[in-house]
Design a protein. Structure first.
Length: 518
């Protein structure tokens, strides 16, 4: 069985059973998206012709087809259907269509500030950055406060390096077997049934993320209620906290989460990034005032080694998790050559790293040892009743998370339906309502019983992020490239990601032990 799977991977052949299971997350898959040898030979023999002035014969992103006239929208796709019904890959590096006279030259301003086209480098960078940015970034100042600003910054940088290396490995593996999704890659390279276990990891990670959303929403509503004049002791009581969580779950999260299509919320990533960027600027703008009020030399924490090291590392791992989303983003790119992929990974992860360090360090150097688990849950300056700029940020975060919660539910419900019934089963309205209610109740109860957001994030990061982002990509990369890899590079990858994985799994064990010992 193992030999047959290896042969299928390397020879590109698949059994009928494989074709039935090609994509666990999508209803159908067009296997013709992967160019065949015949297609590649066809593109090599293409004769380029002078570009005409007609608007119907447009050369977009270096693509030109001489068999028939292509509209501008058709040429934006890297895969063009010819007169015979065959899809030709004209973005292939092996194609001879690389003459500079045929490539559309755009100005710097157009490239930088023009529309984000589907499959463009800038559009892909935006998607990948948005996929990594989530609730974990709001807890990074707490990580730095607990570990020291030198060690905490080092954790973020190490997580950044690990994300870059693992994403580049994923890109290489995806290119080698033409994988359209993460589970497809795992099933074809590692083992047939492993992808079903990955689904449970995704389920666990989604539950953890949703619980963190509800914890933040509840705490921000409590802070906002205090800002408008409610008595803090009553608002912070467990009874009021349960009432707020129940109200949010029943009247907001459940109705919105029961929607079966989320096309109306497709711009939520823009709103999410805008909210966090706004909070970053508020933290940086208010930093001098907070530092003047709270700074004492003896309060500085440079480097602290204790048992919190493991959980803090796991939160940093979670902050850079975007590997499941990376493969579909890569698959949609117009140009999938190594140079473009490196630009995509380096720029996206690098931008997020600067963003995370800015929020983490600005949050820590504002409140030092008083830094809370959620950075925007902090006291205003002395003599200031309400921090209005930060209050606006809290409102934005509540709105964003209320919308992000059901976005997590839509694919998760489809996954569970596939697991329980079959992959062709259409979810009924009754199943949709019951699953939405069960998911909201589950996450709400966990958020009320265990409102420790850093504990939730460290567990999710220690199990899901480490396995999905480090362990499985390393296994795939080494297996597909075992003939090319030098012994030094192979064992360097194993030692590096093995150490990070050990840190992540240890954080989960320690967190469970500490939870039961209290």
């Amino acid at each position: 069985m193992e030999a047959r799977m290896d042969q299928n991977v390397y020879n590109g052949t698949e059994s009928q059973e494989d074709l039935k299971d090609d994509n666990f997350f999508f209803e159908t898959e067009d296997l013709s998206n992967n160019p065949t040898d015949e297609n590649m030979a066809y593109t090599k023999n293409l004769q380029t012709q002078p570009l005409e002035n007609s608007q119907d014969n447009l050369n977009v992103d270096g693509l030109y087809h001489h068999d028939k006239n292509q509209t501008k929208n058709e040429l934006k796709s890297a895969l063009i259907v010819d007169a015979g019904g065959h899809r030709k890959n004209y973005s292939s590096p092996s194609s001879n269509i690389s003459n500079r006279s045929f490539i559309s030259q755009r100005s710097f301003l157009n490239r930088t500030f023009g529309p984000l086209g589907k499959g463009s480098l800038r559009g892909s960078m935006f998607q990948l950055s948005a996929a990594a940015i989530g609730s974990g970034v709001l807890s990074l100042p707490f990580v730095i406060a607990k570990s020291g600003f030198i060690l905490g910054s080092l954790m973020i940088i190490i997580a950044c390096i690990a994300a870059i290396i693992s994403l580049l490995m994923l890109a290489k593996c995806t290119e080698q077997i033409g994988a359209p999704s993460y589970t497809y890659l795992i099933r074809k390279v590692i083992a047939r049934n492993v992808d079903k276990h990955i689904v449970w990891l995704i389920f666990f990670g989604t539950v953890g993320s949703s619980v963190s959303y509800q914890i933040i929403i509840t705490q921000m509503i409590q802070v906002l209620a205090t800002n408008v004049g409610f008595e803090p002791k009553k608002i912070q009581s467990s009874e009021v906290k349960i009432a707020i969580a129940a109200f949010i779950a029943v009247f907001i999260l459940f109705p919105v989460g029961s929607m079966r299509k989320m096309s109306g919320f497709r711009y939520i990533s823009i709103l999410s990034i805008a909210s966090l960027v706004y909070i970053m600027f508020v933290l940086l703008f208010e930093l001098p005032q907070y530092a003047t009020q709270n700074f004492r030399y003896e309060k500085l924490n440079y480097f602290k080694l204790d048992w919190d090291l493991f959980s803090n590392f796991s939160i940093a791992f979670f902050a850079f998790s975007c590997h499941i989303e990376f493969i579909p983003i890569y698959d949609e790119m117009n140009e999938q050559n190594p140079q473009k992929v490196r630009k995509l990974v380096y720029r996206s992860v690098g931008t997020n790293t600067l963003f995370f360090l800015s929020i983490g360090l600005a949050g820590y150097f504002s409140t030092y040892e008083k830094t809370n688990q959620i950075v925007i849950d902090r006291e205003p300056l002395i003599g200031q009743l309400i921090d209005f700029p930060l209050m606006i940020g809290r409102i934005m975060i509540v709105i964003v998370l209320c919308i992000a919660f059901p976005i997590n539910m839509v694919p998760l419900k489809q996954i569970m339906i596939h697991l329980i019934y079959s992959r062709k089963h259409q979810m009924t309205q009754g199943q949709n309502i019951s699953m939405s209610l069960a998911f909201v109740m589950l996450t709400s109860v966990i958020a009320i019983i265990y409102p420790n957001i850093t504990g939730i994030l460290s567990i999710v990061g220690g199990i899901c992020s480490v396995t999905i982002c480090y362990v499985l990509p390393t296994m795939c990369y080494i297996k597909l490239n075992k003939e090319e890899l030098s012994l030094c590079k192979k064992y360097s990858l194993i030692v590096f990601f093995g150490t990070l994985s050990l840190v992540g799994y240890s954080s989960v064990i320690l967190k469970i032990i500490l939870s039961f010992s209290v």
